[in-house]
Write a protein that binds this ligand. Structure first.
Ligand code: GLA
Length: 586
């Protein structure tokens, strides 16, 4: 019997009336050494629960391989939550949306062109079942029935916005139940009649996702479900950003007033996000509504706790609101953390990318270019290379476009960029002589996480032609960004003579603390500190700094590596004490 049950108008925990006041905190977006700090701050704001998704794509990077350590050590996160006295709501998917690469579906799964994702297609459900076979035994001690903090588990995610295959939802529910998940199960959907009907599962609690118009959305939930608790499973208090767009903020007073409305109506809530964190590495997702739009590295979300874990205006406003409805710890609200003193980093060693990649063997050789998935590559970049039999001015045509951003080089010199975001398919180029080498460096900017384009292919998507004649005989090489130890850095003054290139520098730290990496004069690329991949930077903005978690630094000498994809006037980077998330929406 589950610890959490429902009555005609609310929740009961161990038989006693209970209201969930939860906040979203994705462990995989926060450095593990900061989990306990963030959880403590959740409790101090007055939350009695935290909610997290589980990213299937990271937990099972290859079929049959379960990863549950480091940033993915969910058992540790659950122990820390319990130690803090917090209950936990788990959202294991399969699909999680969350502005996360391919909505959390593994690359090896979505690359099957015939699979029907998020349906009863056995190719999809069998894969999920096999994942649960591995995932659930180590999580089972953390279910409330076994003395752990997990009191509820979500089935799928906003399924009503995607499909209406109720048999599939039933399958996910049974997959959890048959493997010993006896806790309360719930679905969540955008709170309108259509989505709630398509995404609901008879006998399972329906919850809503919304950020405003509280009375209207609660009424829609009540109309769909005549009794039981009213719960906003994602109370959107901020929003995420796309490259090239504004930084989204939402006034604290307005969000606090809506939280008050929700709690005054007797509803339960999960604040999305309580603490957003960061899309480290290659983990960000993208939207594609007419146009492809990748999500930025920061997932600050204008949440109560900022990306660096400091209480912002919403933290204090929400704490006050919660105190009107439930007990809030008497301890004082947390203060902002200490930041590293501003530090300059000189990047004095370089390695040109293309010559380095050309040395990597074996290359995959194909007649026509193949996608990243066909190369078994996901996340990051692939370099495609061939020679052109003709010469002169002409159009280089990429049939089907590029996934997602392609930099073109003729005999090693940059000649242009194609972007999926702009629907580019052609580039005018001048080929100096027959036999000139064309290289195309293609970046996967993040898998679409919402709607029908989840799992869309990356890399070169079809044949490439010059002056109407197909180019054959390609060499394809992934850019090895997992191990930077092999990059052949040499000392060099001029940042400009190698484009694109890795750049490396060191800096001294006395006492590690959070900091923000600013890259004035740099264009677009990736940053690593001591091998930890902070994520993408791009002068397109809005974000102008990358968050550097304090635990990534060490006392003494630290190393910064950039992979700069374009020209740079910079030979320096700055570590600052203030984040710059860019111009705000008005
Ligand atoms: C929906 C999804 C979440 C997230 C939010 C927007 O509610 O369920 O995963 O994508 O939208 O941030």
């Amino acid at each position: 019997m589950s610890a959490l049950t429902t009555s005609s108008d609310g929740f009961l925990l161990h038989g006693e009336p209970f209201r969930i006041i939860s906040g979203a905190l994705h462990y995989f977006r926060v450095h593990p050494d900061q989990w306990s700090d963030r959880l403590r701050k959740a409790r101090l704001m007055g939350l009695n629960a935290v909610e997290t998704y589980l990213p299937w794509n990271l937990h099972e990077p290859e079929p049959g391989t379960l990863v549950l350590d480091g940033l993915l050590d969910l058992p540790r996160f659950l122990r820390l939550a319990q130690a803090e006295g917090l209950h936990v709501l788990l959202r294991p998917g399969p699909y999680i949306c969350a502005e996360w690469d391919d909505g959390g579906l593994p690359a090896w799964l979505v690359s099957d062109p015939d699979i029907r994702l998020r349906t009863s297609d056995p190719r999809f459900t069998d894969a999920f079942d096999r994942y649960l076979d591995q995932l659930l035994p180590p999580l089972s001690p953390y279910l409330a029935a076994n003395g752990g903090p997990v009191i509820a588990v979500q089935v799928e995610n906003e399924y009503g916005a995607y499909g209406d295959d109720t048999a599939y939802l039933k399958h996910v529910e049974q997959a959890l139940r048959s493997r010993g998940v006896d806790e309360l199960l719930f679905t969540c959907d955008q709170a309108n009649a259509k989505h709630l009907a398509a995404g609901g599962l008879p006998g399972t609690l329906s919850t809503g996702t919304f950020g405003g118009r509280i009375d209207e959305h609660l009424a829609a939930l009540r109309a769909h479900q005549s009794e039981g608790p009213l719960m906003c499973a994602e109370f959107w208090i901020g929003w995420f950003d796309h490259w090239g767009g504004p930084h989204h903020v939402r006034p604290a007073e307005q969000a606090a007033a809506d939280l008050d409305r929700l709690l005054s109506a007797g509803a339960s809530v999960n604040i999305y996000m309580f603490h957003g964190g960061t899309n480290f590495g290659f983990t960000n997702g993208a939207n594609h509504h007419h146009t492809y739009a990748p999500t930025v590295t920061s997932y600050d979300y204008d949440a109560p706790l900022t990306e660096s874990g400091d209480p912002g205006p919403k933290y204090h406003a929400f704490r006050e609101v919660i105190a009107r409805h439930a007990p809030v710890p008497a301890e004082p609200a947390p203060a902002p953390s200490r930041k590293l003193p501003p530090t300059e980093v000189r990047l004095e060693r370089r390695a040109a990318l293309l010559p380095y990649l050309r040395t990597l063997e074996p290359a995959v050789r194909t007649q026509d270019p193949v996608t990243m998935a066909e190369l078994g590559v996901h996340g990051g970049h692939v370099l495609y290379r061939t020679s052109v039999p003709a010469s002169g001015d002409g159009l280089l045509r990429f049939a089907g476009g590029v996934g997602d951003r392609a930099q073109v080089f003729v005999d090693g010199a940059p000649v242009g960029v194609l972007e999926r975001e702009r629907h580019d398919e052609t580039l005018p180029v001048r080929v100096p002589e027959p036999g000139a080498v064309i290289e195309v460096l293609v970046e996967n900017q993040g898998g679409v996480n919402y709607g029908p384009r989840i799992g869309a292919s990356k890399g070169l998507l079809g044949p490439v032609s010059f002056q109407g004649v197909a180019l054959h005989g390609w060499e394809c090489r992934p850019v090895p960004t997992g191990d930077l130890g092999a990059v052949p850095f040499t000392a060099s003054d001029a940042a400009t003579d190698s484009v694109p290139a890795f750049h490396q520098g060191t800096f001294e730290v006395e006492s590690p603390a959070d900091t923000f990496l600013a890259l004035p004069g740099w264009t677009k690329g990736h940053a690593w500190i001591n091998g930890f991949h902070l994520g993408r930077y791009w002068n397109r903005g809005p974000q102008g700094t990358l968050y550097v978690p304090g635990p990534v630094l060490r006392p003494g000498t630290n190393e910064l590596v950039l992979l700069e994809l374009h020209a740079t006037t910079g030979t320096r980077a700055r570590l600052t004490d203030t984040p710059d998330l860019g111009p705000e929406n008005s």
